[in-house]
Design a protein around this ligand. Structure first.
Ligand SMILES: Cc1cc2nc3c(=O)[nH]c(=O)nc-3n(C[C@H](O)[C@H](O)[C@H](O)COP(=O)(O)O)c2cc1C
Length: 396
């Protein structure tokens, strides 16, 4: 049990590392795994904040027992009911039948819906407080971050914010758990990928939640995934604020779908013109090669987006359809957009990409280019013109 870590003297990390699951939420690749962070406050009332996925129950219960020995757990605080954090609740109750489960109204509804649990619960409301002895908790409802019941719990004595999924990211915690103990650059990328794919749809709720946190004197942020922020907790809050508002930096992401290279062949024309026009951040993705979660993460960073696709069985190329549907669902905004498409007998690709523009209302940069089978010299010239016009808009 040497991996039980101290967040503070009396608050311990009793989380687990999942190096087995390949896709988070059965969607997002986990090449470097993910941690399920759970925390134990050792006080007059022994309190656990969030649990872990059901596959981790054995490891989790062992850790609790190691820390509290023959004592019992008094409270479980549930910040979020998604099964990667609630999966061990039933096992925890079985081990500690006198435990009281604390959550807001929606949490307790989901507790019954998912696990049939109704007994030994205590409902709290926004702003309520609970004393554990030396430690005092306050509860802050932050709905739709990214479920209706999501909330944060603040420990006032040691000034620790247990933020649930907010501020968390992919990647197991290998030894170190704090921002100053780990390779932060890796986690920052993975937190951005987590945010853009899981939380980004709820940008306005992120802003609302952050404004609620303004009055708390936060020293440590302890999310349910990824590193605990103690050196510079303000940084991750400001990253979240920017991402939630879709504030971007100068750069262009080009994503294309191409089976035989004809559609792809205009990409180098576009990148050349962008570079000629002083765009330094240019990212190019073949939609068939890179998982969409990484592409969306980059799209979220930059203010220019170019999408190009061939037509496939009377539709947009399927992986491109998957991407644009995700971006529509996330209410992407604040970007300029260039489009190109190809077909051989009955074009659909560009038509669908234009529908995407109409749905998202991203600023369309003219001209949009559509060619039959292979681009002509004129098509390449049109792509150059589009890239030049786009560059002017991207450079603020
Ligand atoms: C399996 C398959 C399905 C296609 N379906 C259509 C179609 O429905 N309508 C159309 O106009 N072209 C269709 N095409 C033709 C391509 O869209 C066209 O040749 C395009 O230029 C291919 O671009 P690429 O070389 O970048 O893959 C299809 C091609 C393939 C291989």
């Amino acid at each position: 049990m040497s991996d039980i870590r101290f967040v503070t003297e009396n608050i311990k990390w009793i989380g687990t590392n999942d190096r087995t699951t390949e896709l988070f939420e059965a969607l997002w690749p986990l090449p470097d795994g993910v941690s399920y962070n759970s925390f134990l406050i050792n006080d007059d009332k022994i309190t656990i904040i969030d649990t872990v996925k059901d596959s981790e129950i054995y490891n989790f219960l062992n850790k609790i027992q190691y820390v509290i020995k023959d004592n019992s757990v008094d409270y479980l605080i549930i910040n979020h009911m998604e099964p990667d954090h609630s999966g061990a609740i039933k096992a925890l109750i079985k081990e500690y039948p006198d435990i009281t489960i604390i959550g807001n109204e929606k949490t307790l509804n989901y507790l019954e819906q998912f696990y049939g649990i109704k007994e030994n619960t205590k409902q709290i409301s926004d702003g309520d407080e609970l004393s554990l002895g030396k430690h005092k908790l306050s509860f802050h409802l932050t709905p739709m971050l990214h479920w209706p019941e999501t909330m944060m719990t603040f420990e006032k004595t040691e000034k620790v914010l247990f933020s649930g999924d907010a501020f968390g990211g992919f990647g197991t915690l290998e030894g170190g758990i704090f921002d100053d103990e780990v390779n932060l650059q890796f986690y920052e990328e993975e937190i951005c990928r987590y945010f853009t794919n899981i939380v980004a749809k709820y940008g306005p709720m992120v802003e609302k939640a952050i404004s609620k946190l303004e009055n708390l004197d936060i020293k440590i942020i302890a999310p349910t995934h990824g590193p605990v922020w103690r050196s510079n907790p303000k940084q991750i809050i400001s990253d979240y604020y920017r991402w939630g508002r879709q504030e971007t930096k100068e750069g262009v992401v080009i994503v294309y779908g191409s089976m035989y290279g004809n559609t792809e062949s205009v990409v180098d024309t576009i990148t050349r013109k962008l570079a000629d026009n002083k765009i330094k951040n240019i990212k190019v993705y073949n939609i068939s090669k890179t998982d969409v979660s990484y592409i969306i993460s980059d799209i979220w960073k930059y203010n220019g987006l170019v999408l190009g696709s061939c037509t496939y069985n009377t539709r947009l190329f399927p992986p491109m359809e998957y991407l644009v549907a995700f971006l529509e669902n996330k209410n992407i905004k604040n970007r300029v957009l260039g489009l190109f498409g190809s077909y051989s007998w009955s074009g659909k690709a560009l038509k669908r990409l234009k529908e995407f523009q109409q749905t998202t209302k991203l600023e369309l940069i003219e001209p949009s280019i559509e060619f039959k089978s292979a681009p002509t010299k004129t098509d390449h010239e049109s792509c150059s013109t589009m890239a030049e016009n786009l560059a002017k808009k991207v450079l603020k």
